[in-house]
Design a protein around this ligand. Structure first.
Ligand code: EPU
Length: 338
């Protein structure tokens, strides 16, 4: 395997910021993994397993090895009367895979349409949207432990899925996800209660395909796409903060408009977008770094913003939300180098 040197990451991150990887390699075959792991540089330098680059902010050059996972393949492993088990290689594009399932009439993934990135990145941050999370359908993650080269079959419980969190996020740098096995229900249970989805569906009958189309329309209306001419972004830049019930009640007493959703553990999830918008950031722009005018949780690169400029803006947003509301925002995106 050939590790290229000083490679531009401009086309490997959806923020479209310029940064260089000291070493860069694309992984296309499982058989290449042992060769890769035998390389001294991979064992000694910082490493980054990269999918579509749709959840990273490079605030500077990456001083180690970037492994771009491009493993391909989709396989129906098994099915019974109630479920299908599908194995998908980590390098497949998530949205293309979702569309492939809904076009066959298979339910389960339609609400997760148009999420950028690869299949291998999906479990890392437990992607979620419109009432569904990857954790709801993930049976097993197959991953190689980088320090030993051993392949592990990690079941759903062991993946420690939580809101935008997982074992793989907590132990970044330890695992190389090679494929994900999804358990898709055959019974179609439409989930269209999230605000805006029913309206986008209109009068058509809900099917996996029509719901997927509706979700795509809802997302396109408020999130920048990846097409040329649209600003670079990583979707939501921060997580929606989880706070104790007492703090949520106190905030709601002062700010009745603050959206807050109760969680099974008694805490409340607050809308980060609302907090940021209240601080006056929505549509803000400084040079080419800005906050999307249609959604306050989305930081955007209008052209030639640097990662450092975007990070400075993120920190200014965090400080202002903290000062005004006493709520700490955590980036959803991975900020690199650490
Ligand atoms: N809101 C504002 N100002 C805005 C935008 C939204 O005040 O500019 C308020 C509105 O009251 C709205 C509420 O925030 O009702 C929630 O907004 P939205 O439905 O857009 O969802 P979100 O909480 O901002 C989350 C996910 C998205 C996911 C949507 C839909 C996180 C960090 N983000 O966003 O995921 O698509 O819900 O389920 O949980 C992503 O992770 O990159 C992502 C896009």
């Amino acid at each position: 395997m050939h590790l290229e040197e000083h490679v531009s990451l401009l086309t490997h991150n959806t923020f479209r910021v310029e940064a260089r990887a000291r070493y860069f390699v694309t992984l296309e075959q499982l058989e290449e993994i042992p060769v890769l792991l035998a390389d001294e540089r991979l064992r000694t330098l910082p490493r980054l397993i990269l999918g579509g680059g749709s959840n990273v902010l490079f605030r500077d050059d990456f001083p180690g090895v970037v492994v771009r996972v491009a493993l391909q393949g989709i396989e129906l492993l098994d099915e019974d009367g109630s479920h299908r088990l599908v194995r998908v290689a980590a390098g497949e594009n998530w949205h293309d895979f979702v569309r492939w399932t809904v076009e066959q009439g298979w339910p389960g993934l339609e609400n997760l349409s148009l999420i950028p990135g690869t299949v291998g990145a999906a479990p890392v941050q437990n992607i979620g949207a419109y009432g569904v999370e990857l954790a709801d359908v993930c049976e097993v993650v197959e991953a190689v432990e980088l320090s030993t080269g051993e392949t592990h079959t990690i079941d759903r419980a062991a993946c420690r899925f939580a809101y935008r969190d997982s074992l793989f996020k907590q132990q970044a740098g330890r695992w190389l996800i090679t494929s994900v096995i999804l358990r898709l229900p055959k019974r179609f249970a439409p989930r269209i209660d999230y605000p805006g989805v029913r309206e986008a569906l209109g009068a058509v009958d809900p099917t996996p395909l029509t719901i997927s189309d509706a979700i795509c329309a809802v997302r396109r209306a408020k999130l920048p796409g990846l097409a040329p001419g649209e600003p670079g972004s990583v979707g939501s830049f921060f997580k929606n903060p989880l706070v104790q019930a007492g703090q949520a009640e106190a905030l709601r007493a002062s700010y009745p408009g603050l959206p807050a959703w109760s969680q099974p553990d008694g805490r409340f999830k607050l809308s980060a977008a609302w907090l940021i918008e209240q601080c006056g950031w929505k549509g803000y722009r400084e040079g080419d770094a800005g906050v999307y005018a249609k959604h306050a949780l989305v930081l955007v690169n209008h052209g030639r913003a640097t990662g450092a400029e975007l990070w400075r803006l993120a920190e200014a947003i965090r400080s202002s939300v903290w000062e005004r509301f006493g709520v700490s925002l955590t980036p959803e995106a991975l900020i690199l180098p650490a």
